[in-house]
Ligand binder design. Sequence first.
Ligand code: C2E
Ligand code: MG
Ligand code: MG
Ligand code: MG
Length: 282
Amino acid sequence: QAKRQGKSSFAHFTPEMSEVSHERLQMESRMRRALELHEFELYFQPIVDTATGEVSAAEALLRWNNPVMGMVMPDRFIPLAEETGLIISIGAWVLEEACHAATRWKDITGQDIGISVNVSPRQFRDSGFTKTVMQALSNSNLAPDLLELEITERLLLDNSIETAEILRELDREGIRLSVDDFGTGYSALSYLKSYPFDTLKIDKTFIHDVTKTPGGASLVCAIINMAHSLGLTIIAEGVEEESQTHFLKQEGCDLSQGYFYSRPLPADDFTVWLKAHLPKQT
Ligand code: C2E
Ligand code: MG
Ligand code: MG
Ligand code: MG
């Protein structure tokens, strides 16, 4: 810690140090302290049944409230958290927090609301990952099948036996697995039959094109049909317009997520939203 800070103030006074790397070092040292200073916060975005609009689950999305930088979005700090390895402790915090939130929703509503958590490659490959996940589940007393871990195709690029084994272990524990940003990262589709995924999340760029071009619509149809024939649940990401919801309903897309339904919300706001969108009790 002291060494880090020393390094970063040294960087500050080196004229040839570029503006960019100075900023990086400064962000890194702030990030090292962010967990203990309680600067991280989870936002929740609902995932709804496309046919009925009723809530099914929520995705946990990380925000960093720093007194100097303001609210920092994940695209700005997750890459650095990965490079420095800080994502391992931050990610463990996210899992704990997310599982506890889902348990609270069950207490409040009496219904099962799933929680999806993004997992980055560095975090996934850490030897303690499975244990961290299991601990978050037992600490929060959450049923494993209410937790879905979102993994990008990028993680599967290495084709490693270890990756396959961890996925299978998580699957055996009853945890759900999804492919995030589907269609953007990986060309071969064979992994879909060899790994135990439950869900595909179609990337928002494809959803954006659905009502813009005939090709865009066909592509999304093909993805939905492929997913269903493999027994996978399909989620449309980035749904912003009503016309998109009509299309997705018509094509039988199971679940939807996007600004059209709700932006990601702080925990308290999400609870309010949740109560208004519960499935009707049978
Ligand atoms: P993602 O997992 O694909 O999450 C969806 C992103 O799309 C979120 O951005 C969300 O706010 C945004 N989004 C949702 N609906 C719409 C919409 O209708 N239109 C548009 N244009 N965007 C929409 P966010 O929160 O900025 O997160 C960005 C990425 O950061 C995430 O992409 C995920 O890869 C990563 N991330 C977020 N939280 C975590 C985390 O706890 N751990 C890790 N490892 N990565 C995270
Ligand atoms: Mg995600
Ligand atoms: Mg499974
Ligand atoms: Mg995504």
